[in-house]
Design a protein around this ligand. Structure first.
Ligand code: FAD
Ligand code: NAI
Length: 475
């Protein structure tokens, strides 16, 4: 006998679990199926984000940042330490605890919101009268029928051709988050978000890190001025970043990994490292979903084809998060999940892709929302720019963290904020104000006229908004 639901969500990452909770809040009888297992084989909902993504990477970034500060900045504050050491096993253990707290939190939220959770793999069996039959297999064996199906099956790391992940020497994000001892030499392929975040973690702990990037420009999606600043800072910190390379071959032996590549000048090079992180993007995941059984359409990249409302080609089948088009970000997945649940309820759920913030959690952090200067130039949009350095911000000086700047881009005529770009301390938190401002179509002057607490880093945002009109007060 199959179990009947109004809504079945396949995948319990940020897209799926949030969609399930919102659907349940709206009064739907909701199930969520997720197959992720913890080390004991138990359920570990939260997807890539909770298990091998956002959360564990930020835990390690925090630990390694403490270590770096203790070694480099504490002395300026009059704090002296001797025999500073890093217990990598303890750091990894703490990270695992943080992950488990999040897994348990989601299981609690399912109970609280009366979402029925099934631990196993969900796959389409067939279309039935008034819905779809979904098979659950693995830890739990079940047959469910749902009127609406939300697919949120996420993404997997892309491997280099001929260099499959073994998670010992050639590491995806998964292996990169559990290297048991600091490698002497670490190679990273791809200077994107994962490469920079994970490269930073292991560099701070003492690894010699070399990053090989195919593109000739560094962080192409980031505002050019900010990307240039970032490259300077990361290089000074000790990350070796080589741009414009072509990877020819990756070979492992008992010792480590050898990467043969052609450098930007056309010379053949070999990089020998103990471990290699490959972070060259991610691919949508539909493994085991059995989309063919119901004719669910995928594109040539393997992503589920959806319209702006996350509707697939099938009636009452929706898809959200990394498995569909758009940026692969947890908060984008969540917003889509909420919007879909609300659409199912006949409401007007909405996701504004123009105001999805981006953050790279390096030190300093990089955060932005809206358009970059190069995008505005390419679109021929008349704009004004204003920026303010943290060097001139009192709180940043007190923190001893004055690297970076806030930059505003506003429409030349209307002064509407078109983009805000930050590199500096707590950029991840500071960007929220600009997201709100853009969501409300604020002008740079609106921000410039708002009272910001003193001394605070947020004053740099106000000053950058003032800079648009060339009237900074503190610079
Ligand atoms: P996922 O989180 O991938 O979840 C999909 C879930 O579905 C998984 O649990 C999977 O096991 C399950 N599943 C798949 N197929 C089936 C099936 N057939 N049946 C049952 N279950 C199934 N984003 C940010 O916004 N901020 C960050 O700081 C950040 N850091 C990151 C760091 C790293 C190292 C990585 C790799 C990613 C990071 N991301 C970050 C990206 C973020 O993790 C993803 O965008 C987000 O997890 C996507 O959510 P999702 O729900 O679409 O998919
Ligand atoms: P990415 O898309 O950020 O970066 C991949 C980089 O690899 C690019 O610079 C690309 O040019 C380069 N590349 C591609 N093929 C290459 C090759 N053959 N040789 C050398 N370089 C090559 O992808 P990444 O870092 O793997 O992360 C995947 C996604 O996960 C991100 O796009 C992001 O959406 C998400 N993520 C988000 C984080 C955050 O929000 N802070 C943190 C980590 C990941």
């Amino acid at each position: 006998m199959s179990k009947q639901f109004d809504v079945i969500v396949i995948g319990g990452g940020p897209g799926g679990y949030i969609a399930a909770i919102r659907a349940a809040q709206l009064g739907f009888n909701t199930a969520c199926i997720d197959e992720w297992k913890n080390s004991k084989g138990g359920p570990a909902p939260g997807g890539t984000c909770t298990n091998v993504g956002c959360i564990p990477s930020k835990a390690l970034l925090q630990s390694s940042e403490h270590f770096e500060q203790a070694g480099h900045s504490f002395a300026d504050h009059g704090i002296s330490l001797s025999n500073l050491s890093m217990d990598v096993a303890k750091m990894l253990g703490r990270k695992d605890t943080v992950v488990k707290q999040n897994n348990d939190g989601i299981l609690y939220l399912f109970k609280k919101n009366k979402v029925s959770f099934f631990h196993g793999r969900g796959s389409f069996a067939k279309a039935v009268e008034g819905g779809y039959e979904i098979k659950v297999s693995g830890t739990t064996e079940d047959t469910l029928v749902g009127k609406h199906i939300i697919v949120a099956t996420g993404s997997n790391a892309r491997a280099l051709p001929g260099a499959a992940f073994d998670e010992d020497k050639i590491l995806s994000n998964d292996g990169a988050l559990r290297i048991p001892a600091v490698p002497k030499k670490l190679g990273v392929i791809g200077s994107g978000v994962i490469g920079l975040e994970m490269g930073s973690v292991w560099r701070r702990l003492g690894a010699e890190v070399t990053v090989l990037e195919a593109l000739p420009t560094f962080l192409g999606a980031v505002d050019e001025q900010i990307a240039k600043e970032a490259l300077k800072i990361f290089t000074k910190q000790g990350l070796k970043i080589e741009l414009g390379v072509k990877i020819a071959e990756v070979k492992t032996d008992g010792e480590g990994v050898a990467v043969n590549y052609v450098d930007a000048k056309g010379g053949s090079q070999i990089l020998s490292v103990d471990k290699l992180i490959v972070s060259i993007g991610r691919v949508p995941n539909t493994i085991g979903l059995n989309p063919e059984a119901v004719g669910l359409k995928l594109d040539e990249r393997g992503a589920i084809v959806v319209d702006d409302d996350c509707k697939t080609n099938l009636p009452n089948v929706w898809a959200v998060g990394d498995v569909v088009r758009g940026p692969m970000l947890a908060h984008k997945a969540e917003e889509e999940g909420v919007a879909v649940a609300e659409r199912i309820a006949g409401q007007h759920g909405h996701v504004n892709f123009n105001t999805v913030p981006w953050v790279i959690y390096t030190h300093p952090e990089i955060a932005w929302v809206g358009q970059t200067e190069q995008q505005l130039k390419a679109a021929g949009r008349a704009y004004k720019a204003g920026s303010f350095p943290f060097l001139a911000n009192g709180r940043a000086r007190a923190l001893g963290d004055t690297t970076g700047l806030v930059k505003f881009l506003a429409d030349a005529k209307t002064d509407e904020i078109l983009g805000v770009h930050i590199i500096g301390p707590y950029a991840s938190e500071l960007i929220a104000e600009s997201v709100v401002a853009m969501e409300f179509k604020a002008s740079a002057e609106d921000i410039a006229r708002i009272c910001h607490a003193h001394p605070s880093l947020s004053e740099a945002t106000k000053e950058a908004a003032l800079a648009v009109d060339k009237r900074t007060l503190n610079f």
